[in-house]
Design a protein around this ligand. Sequence first.
Ligand code: NOJ
Length: 561
Amino acid sequence: MKGKHVTMTSIEHAPNAARATATAEWWRTAVIYQIYPRSFADANGDGVGDLRGITGRLDAIAELGADAVWLSPFYTSPQNDAGYDVADYCDVDPLFGTLADFDELVEAAHALGIRVIVDLVPNHSSSEHRWFREALAAGPGSAERSRYIFRDGRGEAGELPPNNWQSTFDGRAWTRVAEADGQPGQWYLHLFDSSQPDFDWSNRWVQERFLEILRFWLDRGVDGFRVDVAHGLDKEHGLPDYDQPDLTDFFRPSPHWAQPGVHAIYREWRALLDDYAGDRVLCAEAWVSPLTSLSDWVRPDEMHQAFNFVYLATSWDAEELRRVIRDSLAAFGAVGAPSTWVLSNHDVVRHATRLGFAADAELFHGIGPSTPGLPDPATALRRARAATALMLALPGSAYLYQGEELGLPEALDIPDADRQDPAWRRSAGERYGRDGCRVPLPWEADGTAIGFNDTGLSWLPQPEQWRTLARDRQRLDPASTLRFYERALRLRREHALGAGAIAWERTSGDVMDLRNQGIRVIVNLGDHAIALPAGTVVLSSVPLDDPARLPVDAAVWMREE
Ligand code: NOJ
């Protein structure tokens, strides 16, 4: 076949990789564990996690039973948006290590049968990227400026921004630059922070640079890419004003999200990936609704997966959940793609807190101590475990976010001075932002920094109560969230639930009741315990006091006799 690349670290050559090589198109059913490198494990003790820290802890992911990891950005970056502001796409930031550390990580993961997906950030670079600095220096009308979206301002002296678009992180989406003569000049677009200028994807030069970046990482042996802001690369021609100033409602149609031009870009990427051996994947971070539009991202010649954020955004309600599951399977099924289920990631309130809120709570800007309606933590955790049992029973693939296997809640009491999310800064403290889901993991109850490192430093403070949630404690407790996740993943694999199909036993009421591959899945979202049918409970989201009854906010998987 033309242009096949086989690299030393590609997974086919891993001696112990039977699990990962067992199926073609592994991504259709895979459970993929998101690692947020800053907060996973810190080998050099500077308070920020790093690549060697990850390599040293990969056994925990193998033990959990995940098929792959996705690493959030570790590239050269001033870290204004925790690495989603990339200054060099083909190097590792010294904060996280070196390219050699990365190669070691990939080799170690592959040896364990774990695939490695990296994050690609194509919508914008850092303003520190050489390409942007050259664009600033070259001046209006230059080829360098055309890599990004520079425009003259409105108003008599160009003093007004070119349109009314707002940044996702609050404030306007345009920043004015000073030209070579020191005078205020053009404006550039940034849908996120002002240190994250948007590329102009209609420019072939930009497209070609990203093809090179894809090849760079594919040649190093990565198994795929999670594509950041995959719905944002194409902007409506003429950049028209827009009457919805709050850009955080990502599901609303707008001139900057979900424009049709994005699809040609991903078709070209897909063709490039298809030229490589080893079933490499593209996963879209696309906040797109309805599901029948999101499925455009995963048509046969485009990406393989797209996070199902409509599912993530669904509240703890049986009717709503049934509807979104049905709609998802229909929409993705119609294009021959799996649904990619997800409940938590580094941008949203952890589901072990989120699911305890009332359905209409406004959580998108993050939560903190003054947020109204803070839930009872025990109820929220019960629901989270039940929600996970439901998600992992569904056909398709699923992403887990580091720490959810420990039942970590959102950290609320982060001192203002420690908060780092640009949304917190840009909104002058009006939005708590996402720091609460990014706190470094607890590994050892009695360790310094709860086992995150051996110096006690931590870029965000860890709640002292997290000692009881540490992984070493949970490993010894058969009723822990960790042991529940391990069991769920093992059974999911044994019964090939990811490759199954759903039959509904009940289609109304507060109890969800469905079958997949001979496993009956029952979730109680009502307000009283219910009787369980005859059969053997193989997984329960909480210990059952009475084996014949399912309490409120709990789920079981059963084998019927
Ligand atoms: C989505 C990423 O997940 C988020 O963390 C980041 O701030 C924005 N994209 C901008 O890159």
